[in-house]
Each structure stands twice: as C-alpha cells, then as structure tokens.
Design a protein around this ligand. Structure first.
Ligand SMILES: NC(=O)c1ccc[n+]([C@@H]2O[C@H](COP(=O)([O-])OP(=O)(O)OC[C@H]3O[C@@H](n4cnc5c(N)ncnc54)[C@H](O)[C@@H]3O)[C@@H](O)[C@H]2O)c1
Ligand SMILES: O=P(O)(O)OC[C@H](O)CO
Length: 335
C-alpha cells in the first residue's frame, strides 16, 4: 500500500473547478483539509471570497474550509488528488500539473478520443507510479453539494488504499461502496453518458415512456456487452457506476447529456446545441470513440451508433429512429 500518514486526515486536492470538482470539494471539506485547483481565477476568487461557484454550481453555499487556487504548486502538499476535469483534457492536465506519485482518484466519465483509452489507462501512461482509484456513480453535483443522500462506487485494486480513501470522503449523506473493478466503474460512467443522449432524443421526439424504458434496458445490454469485452465484471455494470448512473442520467433534464439529446430529438443540430454550452456533455465526445472501440472489439452497439450518427449530422432524427426500430429481430439475451 502507498504510505499515507495514519495519524491525520488526508489532505485532498481537487483538480477542476467545475460543478463536480466543486461538489466533491464540498464533501471532502467536512472531513479534513481540501485544496481545489482550477484554471479560472474568477472561479478561484469566488470560492475563496464568497464561498460560492456561481459559474458552475450556482445557488450552493460552499464550506469556507475549501481553499481554492490557480497555483499548481499548492497541490504538492496534498496526500491524494481527485481529478475532475473533462475526460478529453485529462491527459494534458496530468502531464501539466505536479502530481508526483501520490494516489489519483479519477472522477471524470469518458473515453479518450484518438487513443480509445479509459481514464485509468491514460493515467497509467502519464503517471505510471501513481496508484489509481475511480469514483463513479449516480451523482448530480448540485444534489451532492446540497447534502442530499448519494451512493458511489470507489474502485481501487489496492483494497487498503481504497478503504482509506473511502473513509476519508464518506459522510452520512455520501456513501462510497468499495470495488476492485476499476475498468467496470469507468465503463459504466462513460457509456451511460452516450445512452443518456439517446434517452433525451426519445423524450425530445415525444416517443413516450415505453420507448424510454426500452432504451434504458437495451442500452444496458450494450453497456454489458462492451464491458464484458473490456474485462469489466457484470456485478459492477449492474451496480451504482453502471445501471445506477444509467437510470439517473436517462431520467432527468438535470443531466447535460440527456438535455443534449432532447435538443437533438426536437430536430436541432448538435453543432448548434454544443456551441451554446459552457458546461461539458461528455457523451458527445465519447460517442464516436465508443463506437470506434466497440467496432474494433466486435461488439454490437446500435444505440451508441445511432447517437454517433445524430451527433455528426449524418442522419436526421426521424431516420435514426426508423433505422433503430427496423433492425432484424434478435433474441433478447446474447453476449
Ligand atoms: N456535474 C456532475 O453532476 C458530474 C457528476 C459526476 C461526474 N461528472 C464528470 O466530471 C467531469 C467534470 O464535469 P463537471 O460537471 O465538473 O464539468 P463542468 O462543465 O461543470 O466544468 C468543466 C470544468 O472543466 C474545466 N476545463 C475545461 N477545459 C479544461 C482544460 N482544457 N483543462 C483543464 N480544465 C478544463 C472548466 O474550467 C471547468 O472547471 C466530467 O467528466 C463529468 O462527466 C460530473
Ligand atoms: O449532467 P451529466 O449528464 O454529465 O451527468 C452528471 C453525472 O454524471 C450523473 O451521475
């Protein structure tokens, strides 16, 4: 196990001042010191001065114990770092900040475009000596920051380290469940974002609740096939980071991915919808690389393929739905 002092609460660093980084800093601040690093001086000033992050987490009163900074050297005093920047920027962030070999808790949900790598695989390339954990699950940032009850998966191959990290972030309203299946935790979070776009399309196009439920179930079948091909356990995919997060994100316009799908379902173009966003909808970047990876692995993912075609503008929404519904009939259960 990595040597971490047993005598004091771990000093956690949070890398990323978006909604999720801020919410995780709020949780962590209740159990010990927290330093939040963000690129934006405006975000850092608001957190330090007003104990608020109106740009990314409006309406939430933050703990005054959160110390925010744009100075990456401040991360040197941290025992472990939670990485919470968008997945497509994770490699640059890992390469650019002084992270050393302290444990990294990966909290972003996506697959890297161009390399088809999960965040743990990117970390293994950029920081080969750093122990890795993954935190994932059904977690709308505004609910977590407001102290509403939430459960997550904390996956780490080193169970002693996983236990130490879980104990450090646990609250009565924030309950981490440990797992050794890092890849399973990551795949759930990355794939559900793409499927949430599809569920948004169902809603935006007015296809009804039967279709929404069918899409969650058939989407889960795609997630399970993809996860099996990547070595994830079926228990992980049926857990918080897989099915749990899929159900949450496919059910609410509080999800950025679902909302993007609603716009697509109404016939708006992805390029226009994405141009007006300040916040990240990870599924838009993950969909093409997920489809590419699935094809390379020989895994059939027709819903993900349809999302990808809609995002690229290759197919109109009516045609995408028609294509999905007129595929040859198959048995329900196959891997
Ligand atoms: N918001 C949630 O409820 C939630 C919950 C769980 C997981 N996540 C995941 O956490 C990750 C971050 O999401 P978020 O909601 O905090 O994002 P956000 O949209 O609220 O904020 C994005 C953040 O990324 C920063 N950023 C943008 N480009 C960057 C770059 N090149 N380098 C470094 N930082 C950059 C922005 O400054 C901002 O702080 C995503 O992978 C998301 O899927 C989000
Ligand atoms: O708003 P979304 O779609 O990025 O979803 C946020 C979280 O991942 C939900 O668990």
């Amino acid at each position: 196990m990595t040597t971490l002092s047993p005598d004091r609460p771990l000093h956690l660093g949070v890398v990323g001042g978006g909604a999720w980084g801020t919410a995780l800093a709020q949780v962590a601040a209740a159990g010990g010191p927290v330093t939040l690093w963000a690129r934006s001086a405006e975000v850092v000033d608001a957190i330090n001065r007003d104990h608020a992050n109106p740009a990314y987490l409006p309406g939430v009163a933050l703990s005054p114990a959160i110390v925010a900074t744009t100075d990456s050297a401040a991360l040197q005093s941290c025992d472990a770092l939670l990485l919470v920047t968008p997945a497509q920027h994770m490699r640059d962030v890992m390469a650019g900040l002084p992270m050393g070999d302290r444990p990294l808790i990966l909290c972003s949900k996506g697959i890297e475009a161009g390399t088809q790598l999960l965040m743990s695989e990117v970390a293994a390339e950029c920081r080969p000596d750093a122990p890795i954990a993954v935190l994932s699950g059904p977690t709308f940032a505004h609910e977590v920051a407001a102290g509403l009850p939430t459960a997550v998966t904390l996956a780490c191959e080193d169970d002693a380290l996983g236990e130490r990290l879980a104990n450090r972030i646990a609250r009565s309203s924030f309950r981490p469940y440990r797992s050794a299946d890092v890849v399973g935790a990551e795949i759930g979070g990355a794939v559900k974002n793409v499927l949430a776009i599809a569920c948004g399309v169902v809603s935006g196009h007015g296809l009804g609740q039967n279709a929404g439920a069918a899409l969650i179930a058939r989407g889960f079948a795609e997630m399970a096939r993809f996860g099996a091909a990547k070595g994830a356990t079926s228990a992980s995919l049926a857990g918080l980071a897989g099915l749990g997060d899929l159900v949450l994100t496919c059910s609410s316009t509080a999800s950025r991915n679902f909302s993007l799908g609603v716009g697509l379902g109404r016939g708006e173009r992805a390029v226009d919808l994405l141009a007006h966003r300040r916040t990240v909808a990870e599924g838009a970047a993950t969909a093409p690389v997920l489809v590419e990876t699935a094809r390379a692995l020989g895994v059939e993912m027709p819903i993900a393929e349809a999302v990808c075609a809609l995002l690229s503008g290759d197919v109109a929404v009516g045609a995408a739905i028609e294509q999905l519904l007129t595929r040859p009939l198959t048995p329900e259960h196959r891997l």
